[in-house]
Design a protein. Structure first.
Lengths: 212, 167
């Protein structure tokens, strides 16, 4: 059975998207609502893959749709709507990661906290409660976050191709058709994007990644 | 047996990661279970959807709630494609933007140079310059006259006309 993501890629679905985009661009909010329903699964999953946390992914997906609605006037149809929307999602996730990192850096580390027994204990000795705080939850997938941060710094085309290929698992031929370029061009953008991410990860961790 | 990372036989973690990101099947992984295991560990770490339990992280109720939340935000004016910018400026195609920019530049150029586009008679154009030159000349003449008078006065004086007194 075809999944919703797969059916999203059929020509009928693309035609429906194009029709809804035209209506939404003229201010039809109901049409935009249908666009949301058509794409929210892909958008939410993409955000979840980047952020690794459900609430954050939901927030990023919502922000992405609001941003898309606001920016529809600037949407040019030479770029496929899916790719355009993916780019917005990737940017929203990237902004969230940046904000989270800034919050972590600005939060003073209070080493002396009251232990449950009442005695003062060093915070570094406390077990990390991953469920308590979104930043802590992300510690387990630090490499994934670093990758997402790097994706946010890629040139537009590299970022779009990478997001469609890696996060959305689209075939090279499909991406080439979406952007009306050759498969070779897609491969080149993908190679440059992944090589850049690899180098950044190598600089951070060396050749052996610190896996849990 | 300890895996010799990195080695010519086995790809490094970075190389495995790069292949994963490209979603390229690595033939080495089919031959080397340890590398395949390592690649799977990397894939799991960087992709939360990789684990079986997280394949479908959101249910239908989530999507309904999310859709309603987005509509509520749009209704509250969080996004407005009917802004002045989107109504009048954003929908303009790029060619129209370029044409408008060229027209604006031309308008400014005409505005700045407009009066000069109609040639004035040479005498009229030269008048201010001539007046300025005349004024300058008159001032210079006056200064020269003053200097010449001072020199004349000095020359008229008798250098020996000094009152030495009678005694």
């Amino acid at each position: 059975m075809a999944t919703a993501d797969e059916t999203a890629r059929t020509p009928e679905r693309a035609a429906q998207t194009a029709r809804l985009v035209r209506a939404a661009r003229s201010g039809d909010r109901e049409a935009f609502g249908q666009l949301v329903e058509l794409h929210q699964r892909a958008v939410s999953r993409l955000a979840y893959r980047i952020l690794g946390e459900r609430d954050d992914a939901d927030g990023a997906a919502q922000d992405a749709f609001v941003k898309a609605w606001r920016s529809l006037g600037r949407f040019r149809e030479e770029c496929p709507f899916d790719a355009w929307l993916s780019r917005i999602v990737v940017n929203q996730c990237h902004d969230r990661l940046k904000r989270a990192r800034r919050r972590v850096m600005e939060t003073p580390l209070d080493l002396d906290v009251a232990a449950p027994s009442g005695a003062v204990a060093n915070q570094l000795d406390q077990p990390v409660d991953f469920a308590a705080d979104p930043e802590a939850r992300c510690v387990g997938r630090e490499i994934g976050r670093k990758i997402a941060e790097q994706v946010g710094t890629l040139p537009d085309m590299q970022r779009d191709v990478f997001a469609l290929r890696y996060y959305e698992d689209r075939s090279l031929a499909e991406i080439a058709a979406l952007f009306r370029v050759s498969i070779g061009t897609v491969k080149t953008h993908l190679f440059r994007a992944t090589r850049r991410i690899r180098k950044a990860v190598e600089i951070l961790y060396g050749t052996r990644l610190p896996l849990p | 047996m300890e895996h010799g990372f990195p080695s010519p036989e086995h790809p490094s973690d970075a190389a495995l990661l790069e292949a994963l990101l490209r979603r390229e099947p690595d033939p080495h992984l089919t031959r080397c279970p340890r590398c395949a295991q390592r690649a799977e560990a990397i894939a799991r770490d960087i992709d939360p959807l990789r684990t079986e339990s997280a394949r479908e992280p959101f249910d239908a109720a989530f999507y309904r709630r999310q859709s309603a939340a987005i509509q509520a935000r749009l209704g509250a004016g969080h996004g407005s494609p009917r802004s002045l910018h989107s109504l009048f400026l954003a929908p303009l195609p790029r060619v129209a933007w370029a044409a408008a920019a060229v027209a604006a530049v031309l308008a400014v150029a005409v505005g700045l140079r407009g009066p000069r586009l109609v040639p004035r008679p040479v005498s009229e154009r030269a008048r201010p310059v001539a007046e300025f030159a005349n004024r300058a000349r008159r001032a210079q003449d006056r200064a020269d006259d003053r200097l010449l008078r001072e020199i004349d006065d000095m020359l008229d004086e008798d250098p020996y006309d000094v009152d030495l007194g009678d005694g």
